[in-house]
Design a protein around this ligand. Structure first.
Ligand SMILES: [Zn+2]
Ligand SMILES: [Zn+2]
Length: 460
């Protein structure tokens, strides 16, 4: 039976499946494109995450790029996708693939992506399902749909070409996290590059993205208007901080996202502080194993393997107790929303020699943000004072403002569509810098169709 869902403003206390309603609920137009190439953001056009964009030409060749959700409180979902035979999933973060099980169950859509993205997707979907039941937010798909989605994967290597009607498709490395890809499309009359989440800078785990010459560049603008600190300097500030805390007899808790950040942090610690005792807990352990199965996605396989076997993985309750004697504990969840990080925090909070070092953005209404703004965290239902030193370090693997602008120039893109961005603060400085460089800039809005090509975009 075909089901639909609606992006209602969901009140947290409503737990029934408010998504499902009879009739058509997609923002996608029913009429085919009248000219050139039409794109339409179901989500992620003028917001960070929650990505889904449909690209369609006059011959009605249609492709969906990503289909995620934003795990905010409450979560945000893209508009219902129209019938699509094929979707390309750029990488295994939930804001890019969280709604794919719905897609496969309802439209029998084939998913295209790298082998590692496909392998990690299973973990991400199960985790997404688990979190939705714990936090009581509705999800438009159930566990059986995960099986359908897993059977829907079509795997592609980087730079291997496949045809989608008369469009030539190719995945290129995007940096960001292992397995992350940009999609390069060559139609008979236009080149289109879709960045996904990307970074041109190398991280310990991955090599940065390289430019591809294109006509139209769909570019993520998460960090528009913000520059990253020089990576090496930030790394050394972080390393010195860890050593300072250890020297005073303290232990360090590093809340880290499972998919990319956990492994990057372990590699940094191994490189500079090999004398320390570092324990790793959470979903990052399973993801590391998967990453090792796909060495083609890694910058330095041996360095990763060495770092990983040097760290001690927590795999039982007694391991967890032992980890309390370690110098450093790296653990999910990255925003202190549950996970073993909370268990450790509850033990470590009693000794003010200890410290918490954040290595990623702490979203609103998360445990991490509450600690940073109020000095408190909700631990097992109790609001608890955390009298520990804390500091944030910037190890983002999204391109910063300069990297974004330089990348567009290096791709020689005639037009740039800036998405996955905050339209108030991040997008305006990007638009200004890109227009100054001579690019035609598009500012997509969710639910509004636009056309590519100079001759069309000027009149729109
Ligand atoms: Zn994203
Ligand atoms: Zn991402």
């Amino acid at each position: 039976m075909r089901t639909n869902f609606k992006t209602y403003q969901i009140h947290q206390s409503i737990v029934q499946m408010v998504f499902y309603s009879p009739g058509r609920t997609s923002s996608y137009p029913e009429e085919p494109p009248t000219k050139g190439y039409r794109y339409h953001y179901l989500g992620g056009g003028n917001e960070v995450g929650n990505v889904g964009v449909v690209l369609e030409d006059q011959k009605q060749t249609r492709l969906l790029l990503d289909y995620g959700l934003a795990p905010t409180t409450p979560p945000r979902y893209p508009s219902e996708a129209p019938e699509v035979r094929d979707a390309v999933i750029t990488h295994s973060h939930v804001d890019h693939l969280g709604m794919a099980p719905w897609l496969c169950a309802n439209h029998r859509t084939r998913l295209h992506g790298t082998a590692l993205t496909a392998e990690i997707s299973e973990l991400m979907w199960y985790d997404c399902h688990k979190v939705s039941s714990i936090e009581k937010y509705p999800l438009a798909w159930d566990k059986r749909d995960i099986d359908t989605a897993l059977e829907s994967w079509n795997i592609h290597r980087f730079k291997e070409t496949w045809m989608h009607e008369d469009w030539k498709l190719e995945l290129h490395r995007a940096g960001h996290i292992p397995g992350a890809a940009m999609l390069n499309i060559e139609t008979p009359d236009r080149k289109i590059l879709f960045s996904g989440d990307f970074d041109t800078r190398d991280s310990p785990l991955t090599k940065g993205a390289e430019p591809v010459k294109t006509d139209t560049l769909f570019l993520e603008g998460t960090y528009g208007g913000r520059e990253h600190p020089p990576l090496q300097e930030e790394e050394m500030r972080f390393i010195h901080h860890v050593q300072r805390v250890v020297d005073r007899g303290g232990k360090i808790l590093i809340p880290a996202f499972a998919n990319g950040r956990t492994q990057d942090i372990v590699m940094r610690l191994h490189k500079h502080l090999p004398h320390l005792d570092v324990h790793v807990d959470g979903m990052g352990k399973r993801i590391a194993k998967m990453q090792m199965n796909h060495p083609e996605t890694l910058r330095d396989v041996q360095a990763f393997k060495d770092a990983w076997s040097w760290s001690r993985r927590v795999s039982s309750k007694s391991d967890r107790k032992k980890a309390l004697d370690a110098d450093v504990i790296v653990s999910t969840s990255g925003m202190m929303q549950g996970g073993p990080a909370i268990w450790y925090l509850n033990r470590l909070r009693h000794d003010t020699a200890n410290a918490i070092l954040f290595t990623g953005y702490q979203a609103e209404k998360t445990g991490g943000r509450k600690l940073q703004t109020e000095g408190k965290v909700n631990i097992f239902g109790n609001e608890t004072e955390i009298p520990l030193e804390w500091k944030s370090y910037s190890f983002s693997t999204h391109a910063g403002h300069k990297e974004i602008v330089d990348f567009a120039a290096a791709c020689e893109a005639e037009e740039v569509v800036i998405y996955h961005t905050d339209p108030k603060n991040a997008r305006p400085p990007l638009v200004e810098a890109l227009e100054k460089n001579g690019h035609i800039v598009h500012n997509p809005v969710n639910g509004v169709s636009e056309y590519l090509g100079e001759e069309y975009s000027r009149s729109n």
